[in-house]
Every structure is written in C-alpha cells, then in structure tokens.
Design a protein around this ligand. Structure first.
Ligand code: FEO
Length: 173
C-alpha cells in the first residue's frame, strides 16, 4: 500500500478512536446527570465511532498495510451543560471532516483510487453526523432552560439512539 496513504489512514484511526473515547466520556457524564436518553444516544455514538475505527483498521491490513492501534487518550470528565456537550461534539466532527477531506486529497495526489473510493463512505457519514449535531444544538437552543422541553428532548434522543445502533445499521434497519 502507498506509504503516504497508509500514514494518513492510520492518522484517521487515531481520530476515530479519540471520537469514540470523547463521546463515551460525554455519555457517562450525561448518565450521572440523569439524562438517560442522551446517555444512550452518546453511548451508541461512541460505539459507531469505534466501528469507524475498526473499518479503517481492517481496510489497512487487508490492503497489505499495517494498522497501528493508538493509545487511549483521556477525555474530559466534566462538561458545563448539555449545550456545551453538543457544541464540543460538533466542533469535534468538523475536525474529523477536515481530516477526511485531507485523506481524500492525499488519495487523489497519490492516484490511489480504490482507497479514494473507500473513503467516500466516510465523506457521506460526516455530512450526516454534522447535520445531526447541528439539529440537536438548534433544539437545545430553542429549549433553553425549560425542564419540560428537556424531558422531551432526552426522550427523543433515546428513540433516535435505538434506530442508529451499529447492530441495527448492519441489519439495514
Ligand atoms: Fe467517525 Fe463522527 O467521525
């Protein structure tokens, strides 16, 4: 496998791994605040990021490269509030998108069209994840500090987590 592409793919492994850890910390924090629906959504999101990482690891190895499993980095323990959590999540996703775009660029420069094809899945995934994060943030801004609104928000997120679980996605649900 092209060395430059392999290095960029391994850098993406680090990004997806840190996304998974970051969202796991957010899920755990939400759970301790009694936001069980939000916690479920974020636990599922963390699992999805691990799946994104695994997909890269397998691709690198199957193409004759060597996947490097990164160290586990410690994410924050505390967050100011739920809006802050989703602001950080969107910021993180934007960073991941930038990194995917760099990867696309490198594939084209190196004329590695099969990896370019593989990476397109991540391009679409990032569009969806950014849109979802923005929708959630808009909802939170509308709700403000309203407790009833927050209750409904938490319940809605729980339902969306069930549909988005990696197991359900694999079964095409
Ligand atoms: Fe896999 Fe949300 O980046």
């Amino acid at each position: 496998m092209n060395a430059r592409v392999e290095k960029a793919l391994n850098q993406q492994v680090v990004k997806e791994s840190s996304s998974s850890q970051f969202y796991l910390a957010m899920a755990s924090w939400s759970e301790t605040k009694g936001l069980n629906g939000t916690a479920k959504f974020l636990y599922t999101h963390s699992d999805e990021e691990r799946f994104h990482m695994l997909k890269l690891v397998k691709f690198i190895n199957e193409r004759g490269g060597k996947a490097i499993i990164p160290e586990v980095e410690k994410p924050p323990v505390e967050f100011e509030n739920l809006e802050h959590v989703f602001e950080l999540l969107l910021e993180h996703e934007l960073d991941v998108t930038a990194s995917i775009n760099d990867l696309v660029d490198i594939c084209l420069q190196e004329k590695d069209y099969s990896t370019h094809n593989f990476v397109q899945w991540y391009v679409s995934e990032q569009l969806e994840e950014e849109a979802l994060a923005r929708t959630i943030l808009d909802k939170l801004k509308l709700i403000g500090g309203d407790k009833g609104g927050m209750y409904m928000f938490d319940r809605d997120l729980e339902n969306s987590a069930i549909g988005a679980s990696p197991a359900n996605q694999a079964q095409g649900k």
